[in-house]
Design a binder for this molecule. Structure first.
Ligand code: MRU
Length: 332
């Protein structure tokens, strides 16, 4: 399996960010020398995927420490980064770790924040590796699986969450084929997951999101693996809009539906999905790909980026600790 270049690289005091908006057509790299460049990359989805957003933000704090030096300015930079995305929990987890370093250490903050950002990056990557083995252990030989959005190297910096399980499952001959949902409106499935699977040499088929019921009815799907952006104490899970629909269909067809996510996605401070804030995005994300729609007047657009799958529809949760059951008490 070809090793993919990581989507974030720290080199000589700068952060190089692979611009995921341009994939798979072009590999364009953003050179970030300031926290503001990182914040804008997160806001614009140049960098995306819950774990990777947390890692990028951590490096953003390291850049702020290099740029600004004083603790107060770095804390302001952390505040700026906290407002870049809203639903994915890893961002807040990573920024809390960075804030602790800034508040605990006296002096040499540029060095200490970089050490912490690198630790967050390495730990998230190691979590993916462990989860991938736990998840692959759920499967029998030769299964065909369905996945949604992008949960691979591009979303995590490591082997991936759901896609990590699929990759390991493929190497162990447990996964024979992957169905990839397009994932409207920003098509992270069609653009990013397909790109990663093709590079890894894993047989895959692209489908539109509205083909899932018809596909499941054929009996061709044995399991669904998806990632998560935030998981509440009771197991209610926010993930890319459309995940809930998949979980309902999987329940109808009695297909096991698994969430794969590191403990840093679990927000044990909220009891259930009703306490989650769901990010709503610009209507242009829906309209711009359809010629003429942007000019048409007299209609509204609703564009939530995530939905919440109730815990009862989730067969199991794969974290770095193994196959887990809610309630989740704390993330580390
Ligand atoms: O809006 P995005 O592209 O950041 O959303 C990403 C997802 O919803 C992923 O499925 C989720 O972050 C899990 S990735 C490990």
């Amino acid at each position: 399996m070809k090793k993919q270049r990581p989507p974030l690289e720290w080199e000589k005091g700068e952060l190089w960010i692979l611009d995921q908006r341009k994939l798979p057509a072009r590999e364009v790299w953003i050179r970030a020398r300031s926290v503001e460049t990182v914040a804008k990359a997160i806001e614009s989805l140049a960098v995306r995927g819950a774990p990777l957003i947390g890692i990028a933000a951590a490096y953003g704090v390291a850049l702020a420490a290099k740029e600004k030096g004083a603790a107060e300015s770095i804390l302001n930079a952390i505040e700026r980064l906290r407002h870049t995305r809203r639903t994915g929990y890893n961002l807040f987890h990573a920024l809390d770790c960075m804030r602790e370093v800034v508040q605990r250490r006296r002096g040499k903050l540029a060095e200490h924040t970089l050490v912490e950002a690198r630790r967050i990056h390495a730990t998230e990557s190691a979590r993916c590796q462990t989860m991938s083995h736990h998840g692959a252990g759920l499967m029998e030989e030769g299964e065909q699986v369905l996945t949604y959005c992008n949960t691979g190297t591009l979303a995590t910096g490591g082997i991936g969450t759901a896609l990590g399980v699929i990759r390991t499952g493929f190497l162990e001959k447990k996964v024979s084929h992957v169905f990839v949902c397009e994932t409207r409106p920003l098509t992270q499935g069609a653009r990013l997951t397909l790109w990663e699977l093709v590079q890894s040499g894993i047989p895959c088929t692209l489908i539109c999101d509205n083909m899932v019921a018809a596909l499941m009815a054929t009996g061709e799907v044995q399991r669904v693996f998806v990632g998560a952006d935030r998981i509440a104490r009771n197991g209610d899970t926010a993930n890319k809009i459309g995940t809930y629909m998949l979980a309902l269909l999987a329940a109808y067809y009695e297909i096991p539906f698994h969430i794969v996510a590191p403990s840093t996605t679990i927000d044990a401070s909220i009891k259930d999905g009703s306490e989650m804030e769901i990010e709503e995005r610009d209507s242009k994300e829906l309209t711009r790909s359809i010629p003429g729609l942007a000019k048409l007047q007299g209609y509204d657009v609703w564009n939530p980026a995530f939905d919440i799958t109730p815990a009862g529809l989730i067969h199991s949760f794969v974290t770095e600790y193994g196959i887990e059951e809610p309630p989740f008490l704390e993330s580390d």
